[in-house]
Design a protein around this ligand. Structure first.
Ligand SMILES: [Fe+2]
Length: 182
């Protein structure tokens, strides 16, 4: 089962992504916001070149903001991004204060799945899934976003930010899963 993989990408590309993220990620406290993909493509030639060389195409991207101590309610519980099966890999880049946080991935053991329709996130499709409050989970993996990470966003997951600082990340989604990279 694929959960996640750290991806080796030239540091100049990671810096380009970090810089773009700092200038374009939502200033609101919304944890997940779809960003302007055309602006992104115009502003980030190094990443676009890397995608071309790896035969992958950017579909959309979101800014992920997890406030200190998981302050926003939506960040306190596991979710999945509930993508079609060939669009369920995300490539996440650290932007700010990621090093002392981590992402946990889970298997949903008991409880109900609840589909949330939210066309602000992923182009108007059913975009994520949460779980009834009585749900139980088994942790199956965890990673720190200290460099780019590809992971399966259809697996329940949650960012843990126990620090006093806001954590920012950029999450790139593709037209088709980049299977060759994992
Ligand atoms: Fe997610």
């Amino acid at each position: 089962m694929f959960y996640y993989k750290h991806i080796d990408i030239d540091n100049s590309i990671s810096e380009e992504m970090k810089h773009w993220g700092l200038n374009n990620i939502q200033t609101s406290d919304d944890p997940v916001v779809k960003l302007d993909v055309e602006k992104f493509k115009n502003d980030c030639p190094l990443f676009l070149e890397w995608c071309k060389n790896n035969d992958i195409e950017v579909g959309w991207l979101v800014g992920i903001k997890v406030n200190a101590h998981n302050e926003q309610a939506a960040t306190k519980a596991p979710h999945t991004d509930y993508r079609p099966v060939d669009q369920n890999y995300a490539l996440n880049f650290p932007v700010q204060n990621c090093e002392d946080t981590h992402t946990e991935m889970y298997k949903h053991i008991t409880g109900k799945e609840i589909i949330i329709e939210d066309d602000t996130v992923a182009g108007g499709m059913k975009s994520y899934k949460v779980f009834s409050p009585d749900s139980t989970f088994e942790e199956v993996a965890r990673f720190t976003l200290n460099k780019p990470v590809m992971f399966d966003i259809n697996q329940p997951h949650k960012v843990i930010n126990n620090t006093d600082k806001t954590r920012l990340a950029l999450s790139i989604r593709f037209i088709k899963n980049p299977y060759k990279l994992v």
